[in-house]
Design a protein around this ligand. Structure first.
Ligand SMILES: C[S@@+](CC[C@H](N)C(=O)[O-])C[C@H]1O[C@@H](n2cnc3c(N)ncnc32)[C@H](O)[C@@H]1O
Length: 259
């Protein structure tokens, strides 16, 4: 952990609270049923087997990074096991994404940053009637993600630079988007740019999830700006990610919660 992240973690650790600070029935339930559900036995066995294979794979691939890059992996030639170790979220977080789709009956889901496809598989497994649109710029990663997600028919892989693909995709998107998970280009500009493009496609029950909101000072500033946006009503910061809610009935409130 670098110095910036360590400092951010210490601030988060000091500020994070639990259900006792939650007066809103919605967020109390959200915390108890999702963030602290303790459903660790619900991990999807077939996807976790894939995760373990990726974490052990000695295969080297060439990776073209179109985002802010990695703080630990500097070479373009990377072992799959190193990519898996550095870029995949925890099983607990993958399961949280899956449970949210089930709980809120989300059907239209956008993921920015497919990588090896582990979270994509968790998103797709929640409901076969949902549609997952996942964006990735690197061809080799898309190929691996397709094999990770081979059994799911409800995924559309969108290959290319998100800066160029997202505007075209959104032009053709007729229905609103229920869930957006942004885990691609971790820069201030890209994060706000993607947020502003996606914003007109939300509805009052949509959730936007931003990964790595404490990863750099740019991401921290982007998260601050997103929280201030007039259409954003409430947010939750669980350190690894930030959740944005738009329900106009919610009070403007920003929670920092244990996960
Ligand atoms: C942190 S990884 C995603 C991890 C994945 N969400 C998971 O946990 O399973 C970020 C991915 O975003 C991709 N990416 C970053 N910037 C991009 C861009 N501008 N266009 C397309 N893909 C991009 C990278 O190639 C990388 O695979």
């Amino acid at each position: 952990m670098n110095f910036f992240l360590l400092k951010e973690w210490l601030i988060y650790f000091h500020l994070k609270t639990d259900e006792h600070s939650l007066h809103s029935p919605f967020f109390f339930r959200f915390y108890k049923e999702h963030l602290k559900s303790g459903k660790n036995d619900a991990y999807i066995h077939s996807i976790e087997t894939q995760r373990q294979k990726l974490l052990k794979s000695e295969q080297t691939i060439e990776v073209q990074d179109l985002g802010a890059g990695s703080k630990t992996l500097k070479s373009d030639k990377r072992k799959i096991k190193d990519i898996a170790k550095n870029s995949l979220s925890s099983p607990k977080f993958s399961l949280l994404l899956n449970q949210l789709i089930k709980q809120f009956h989300f059907k239209q889901i956008v993921e920015l940053g497919t990588s090896l496809g582990v979270n994509t598989a968790y998103l797709a497994d929640a409901d076969t009637a949902s549609k997952i649109y996942t964006f990735e710029g690197d061809e080799n990663l898309i190929d691996i993600a397709k094999s990770t997600c081979a059994k799911y028919k409800n995924i559309q892989f969108i290959k290319g630079n998100i800066n160029e693909c997202l505007p075209h995709f959104l032009l053709d998107m007729a229905s609103s988007i229920d869930l957006v998970y942004l885990d691609a280009n971790h820069t201030y500009e890209a994060t706000l740019n993607y947020f502003n493009q996606l914003l007109p496609h939300h509805h009052s029950g949509s959730i936007f999830i931003f990964d790595d909101i404490h990863w750099s000072s740019g991401m921290k500033q982007a998260w601050k700006k997103i929280k201030q946006h007039p259409e954003v009503k409430s947010t939750i910061d669980i350190f690894d990610a930030g959740f944005v809610f738009f329900n106009p009935d919610f009070e403007k409130q920003h929670y920092i919660l244990n996960f």
